[in-house]
Design a protein around this ligand. Structure first.
Ligand SMILES: [Zn+2]
Length: 425
């Protein structure tokens, strides 16, 4: 099917498009001048890594792929409980509770239909890694466990020792270039860096630490690109794409929506299973039991009156943000964001939804998950495979990446929410 056609993708988690500049990312600046740079690229909602990962893998919005954020309420037989999608066992919980994982095929599965192989190396959460290929059609290498086709566990010492951060990303990049892109040469090789997301959650945006993490990600992208173009100097066969899954805003305050809904009489108790808030950083998805579903509209009206709330969607309007209308998820709130400038000159603040299980959500540091201008400003650059040097100003989305890979492989790509990225004016 493919001839010599291959795709190599590098994701720099959380890298905001407006933080790409000569000082910190000289390579991305250089690449964007010789490639197609997408100037109106957007994330999905919630703009969390795990929902984004599934959208990149499937070319579909959360409404169709079925993964609704970094946390998600599941009814495992005893009522709705909020679960962490990042946990290694979430896939199995989802399968047991709903009978399946993602509702649409991933790139890994589509490639396997044609006898082709995909290999993913990821240094972010297990959940975000595994939702590239939750049913085990290709290879996934991750520190929490690596898998081959048939979801067969693989002993992979190179991944087992990886830690999030600059050093772990660099070690993963060395391995990705030598063993995967060069030696094994699969149809799709995708590497997902932890930076600058990891440091962005633990330091102020634009601080020296955050800028060092951005610069480190830039070096990793350069190393992969140089490997790719050494193997295919003309760029005819290997399509190279690099981008991020979302950006970040600076956290202004944390809001305990659970507590507020209980005080308002809209939820019974902290651990009650009638109304379950799933925190997504700068947004929340709210799940309702069958018995409590009649409270959804009142809950949405109540939230919309709070000054920390931005856009609130419920029922039929969930489809406007790419969420399903026919599940227990009946209300979503994107928190209010504003364009104040932080002490390091980086624009954009947003309130976060308090999450007792998340140690990463710190006031003054970076976060994402909502619809703010900066968290919805990921970058994307495509080089080779017919992409010429130009800036594309038409809107594009994470969901356009999978159909672009399929088009390059000359495979069907007309059944995704996204569309293959435009080539030429
Ligand atoms: Zn992310």
């Amino acid at each position: 099917m493919r001839g010599d056609k291959r795709t190599v993708i590098v994701i720099c988690d959380s890298l905001r498009r407006d933080l790409i500049g000569e000082a910190d990312t000289p390579f991305l600046v250089e690449l964007s001048q010789r490639a197609t740079a997408f100037a109106a690229h957007r994330s999905v909602f919630p703009s969390t890594t795990r929902a984004s990962s599934a959208s990149i893998a499937t070319g579909c919005l959360p409404a169709r792929h079925g993964l609704y954020g970094n946390t998600q309420a599941l009814d495992e037989g005893d009522g709705l409980v909020c679960r962490n999608v990042g946990a290694p066992d979430f896939r199995e919980r989802m399968r047991r509770a709903t009978g399946r994982t993602l509702h649409v095929p991933t790139l890994a599965e589509r490639l396997r239909w044609h006898g082709e192989v995909s290999i993913v190396c990821s240094n972010v959460s297990p959940g975000a890694a595994y939702f590239q290929d939750p049913d085990g059609h290709g290879y996934i290498y991750h520190s929490a466990g690596s898998y081959g086709p048939g979801a067969t566990p693989i002993d992979d010492p190179a991944s087992a020792g990886l830690k999030k951060g600059i050093a772990g990303d660099q070690a993963m990049t060395d391995r990705f270039c030598a063993e995967i892109v060069e030696d094994r040469a699969p149809a799709l090789a995708l590497m997902w860096l932890s930076e600058p997301n990891y440091t962005g959650h633990h330091s102020p945006l634009g601080s020296p630490q955050h800028r060092a993490a951005i610069a480190a990600a830039d070096r990793c992208v350069r190393q992969v690109f140089e490997t790719v173009r050494r193997l295919d100097p003309s760029g005819e066969d290997i399509l190279f794409m690099t981008g991020s899954d979302h950006g970040m805003e600076t956290v202004s305050e944390a809001v305990d929506i659970n507590e507020i809904l209980i005080a308002a009489g809209l939820k019974e108790a902290p651990q009650s299973r009638d109304v379950v808030v799933a925190p997504q950083g700068i947004s929340a998805t709210i799940f309702f039991s069958e018995a409590a579903r009649g409270r959804a509209a009142a809950t949405a009206d109540f939230l919309a009156r709070e000054n920390w709330a931005g856009r609130v969607v419920a029922g039929a309007t969930l489809s406007e943000v790419g969420l399903p209308t026919d599940t227990a998820l009946q209300v979503a709130v994107a928190m209010a964001t504003d364009d104040r400038v932080n002490p390091h000159g980086v624009t954009g603040y947003g309130a976060i939804v308090f999450n007792p299980e998340d140690s990463e959500s710190k006031i003054g540091f970076g976060q994402h998950g909502g619809l703010g201008a900066n968290e919805q400003r990921p970058f994307l650059i495509a080089e080779g495979g017919g992409f010429t040097a130009r800036v594309e100003t038409r809107p594009t989305c994470l969901t356009d990446i999978a159909p672009t890979v399929l088009r390059h492989m000359r495979m069907d790509h007309d059944d995704t929410d996204g569309q293959a990225l435009p080539q030429g004016a």
